[in-house]
Design a protein around this ligand. Structure first.
Ligand SMILES: NC(=O)c1ccc[n+]([C@@H]2O[C@H](COP(=O)([O-])OP(=O)(O)OC[C@H]3O[C@@H](n4cnc5c(N)ncnc54)[C@H](OP(=O)(O)O)[C@@H]3O)[C@@H](O)[C@H]2O)c1
Length: 255
């Protein structure tokens, strides 16, 4: 019999994952996807109430998981938590926020708030998880939830775009640095997904028209659209995938 190639496994038994922004939206979906594939998942966010509700529902499904109260803008707290609870084989950094405004009206405080979480927080969190892996001599998969807005401009989104373009930059640079250590670093770039973050945008009919015109698949996204992409990047199926961006944008950036 001819030996056939073996499909790499999408299972994650024996792996520890850290998911930030895990109490809501995309992060919550990613936590469920990884746990369903067999990983032990540490779910992080600032507010414990929504986090505990998520954990309770996941425990009811039989998933292995625990909660971690963490503000990723607090770099010292991030470093302490990761060194105490790591090493993490998988990181999904989904904590993020937006303060949309015309570029001419951008306030310093809004700029700093967005950059502190989306860029500075993401950078030092990725660094901390990689440090833990390198010290333990382990490979890993580090995934930043970036955005289609890391590849194109968007109305009222100059600060948000700046933060996400920067995430793409450090993802590529870190992937180069840590490739030989077996640590892969990638981004997932969603289009508009219905979550608490985008509620305000979806309340504006002219923005909804803009979104529906741009998405070639003719519909906006739901959290489930992101879950498979993160599972893929976390798993051995993506063993040679690093320094890249996985667009989940319904074709927004295709033209
Ligand atoms: N929804 C979209 O259309 C879309 C599209 C492209 C990219 N994204 C990106 O996807 C990520 C998740 O967005 P989402 O739509 O899922 O948002 P969401 O529903 O508002 O959830 C945000 C999550 O991040 C947590 N969080 C916020 N600031 C934090 C901090 N400083 N430290 C730790 N956790 C923090 C929140 O919990 P606490 O407030 O309790 O901390 C919450 O769990 C973001 O990076 C966003 O930029 C979203």
């Amino acid at each position: 019999m001819m030996p056939l190639p073996k499909t790499p496994s999408f299972r994650l038994e024996g792996r520890r994952a850290l998911v930030t922004g895990a109490s809501s939206g995309i992060g919550q979906g990613c936590a469920v996807a990884l746990a369903e594939a067999g990983a032990h998942v540490v779910l992080a966010a600032r507010g414990l109430q929504r986090l505990d509700q998520t954990i309770q529902s996941m425990h009811e499904q039989g998933y292995s998981c625990e909660a971690l109260a963490l503000d990723i803008a607090d770099v010292a707290a991030v470093q302490k938590a990761v060194s105490q609870q790591g090493p993490f084989d998988i990181l999904v950094n989904s904590a993020g926020l937006a303060r949309h405004a015309a570029a001419l009206d951008t306030q310093l405080e809004d700029f700093d708030t967005v950059m502190n979480v989306n860029l500075r927080g993401a950078y030092f969190l990725t660094q901390a998880v990689a440090k833990g892996l390198i010290e333990a001599g382990k490979p890993g998969s580090l995934i930043n939830i970036s955005s289609q807005m890391a590849h194109v401009g968007g109305v009222d989104r100059s600060v948000y775009c700046a933060s996400k373009f920067a995430v793409e930059g450090f993802t590529k640079a870190m992937a180069i640095e840590w490739g030989r250590a077996g640590i892969r670093v990638n981004t997932v770039c969603p289009t508009f997904i219905r979550t608490p973050l985008t509620e305000q945008t979806f309340d504006q009919p002219e923005r909804v028209r803009w979104i529906e015109e741009k998405i070639k698949m003719g519909r906006t996204g739901v959290v489930e659209d992101i879950m498979g992409s993160v599972l893929y990047l976390a798993s051995d199926a993506a063993a040679l995938v690093t320094g890249t961006a996985l667009m989940v944008d319904g074709g927004w950036t295709a033209d």
